[in-house]
Write a protein of this length. Structure first.
Length: 330
């Protein structure tokens, strides 16, 4: 099944449009993005990630063909985001845990040969950070640090509208910076990573512990989870917080504290011009920006850390498509 969102009769643009493809474990989203960073058309198809490489690629091909069928103007290139590890310089997807169909798969070459357009591949956080730098809330800043906080934590470092890849393309894994070496074990194998402490998954785990420790204080979250303590998730924490629940606020404030420690390290290491925060948890975190700003001087040596803006991202659920398209702007 294909889901479409756009204009009937095709899209005509006076300037080139960029085709962005966002590949996940269960879906491929694709769309057309104009030179102002506006998504003028998008579609979504299921991704088959547990079969052979060509079956997985067929979903990407279908998504691109659907988008191209709607376009009546010039295409300035195709950008693709894929789970890593991958090599952004060659466009090869190496061996993503949630895309088992692809091992050392030359994704960029496949797309380029089939459709004839310049094709670039990168991970979703790098690309989303680039979209914020060229079109979003990082515009006007030379050095952008981008963090997306959701089920996991991803980051991108953008210098003068170019992604910083490092020596092998594996740089900017900021979600796996350790901020508590005695902390819980992260999925990456390290202890106390930012991801294992601040992601939506971490918030849900912290909430379940709190509700089990004091069911009376956790009444609201327990109610939202249908009375099942083991079913309490980050979305229940968010909903309870919006209803004024004190325990939910404490849990989210603890999350903001961990982020404050992390951002202090980021500033002391990189001193970016701006920090842009996206993702589902990131949107909720924006409400705690005043707390983070107030406490940041305690966790940064940089005496001018308070001058660095902390802003919410422009792109929400469309960050993958916008980010993929932004790769064509490099």
């Amino acid at each position: 099944m294909v889901e479409d969102s756009g204009l009937n009769g095709g899209i005509v643009a006076s300037t080139p449009l960029y085709l962005g493809v966002d590949i996940g474990g269960t879906k491929v989203a694709a769309g057309l993005v104009n030179a102002a960073g506006e998504i003028v058309y998008k579609t979504r198809v299921p991704m088959v990630s547990n079969k052979d490489a060509e079956t997985g690629f067929a979903a990407v091909k279908q998504a691109i063909e659907t988008v191209l069928a709607q376009n009546k103007g010039e295409i300035g290139g195709i950008g693709i985001t894929s789970p890593g590890p991958l090599d952004p310089r060659t466009g090869v997807v190496i061996n993503p845990p949630n895309l088992k169909c692809w091992v050392n798969f030359p994704l960029a070459d496949h797309v380029r040969r089939l459709f004839g357009y310049k094709t670039l591949v990168d991970n979703d956080a790098n690309a989303a950070g680039l979209a914020e730098a060229v079109w979003g809330h990082g515009v006007g800043y030379d050095n952008v640090f981008y963090a997306t906080i959701g089920t996991g934590v991803g980051t991108g470092i953008i210098n003068n509208k170019k992604i910083y890849w490092g020596r092998t393309g594996a740089a900017a894994e900021g979600g796996h910076n350790t901020i508590d070496y005695n902390g819980p074990v992260c999925g990456c194998g390290k202890r106390g990573c930012v991801e294992v402490l601040t992601s939506g998954t971490a918030i849900g785990a912290r909430a379940r512990e709190a509700v089990k420790a004091d069911p009376k204080r956790g009444t609201k979250m327990l109610e939202l989870a249908g009375g099942n303590m083991d079913a309490v998730m980050s979305e229940h924490v968010a909903a309870a917080y919006r209803e004024g629940d004190a325990l939910a606020r404490e849990i989210l404030k603890q999350n903001a504290f961990y982020l404050t420690v992390w951002f202090g390290n980021v500033i002391d290491m990189l001193e970016p011009d701006v920090i842009v925060v996206g993702g589902g948890v990131g949107e909720l975190t924006a409400e705690f920006f005043p707390y983070i700003r107030e406490n940041l001087p305690k966790w940064a040596v940089n005496t001018r850390c308070g001058e660095i803006p902390l802003v919410a991202a422009r792109y929400g659920s469309d960050s993958g498509v916008a980010g993929a398209a932004a790769l064509c702007m490099q």
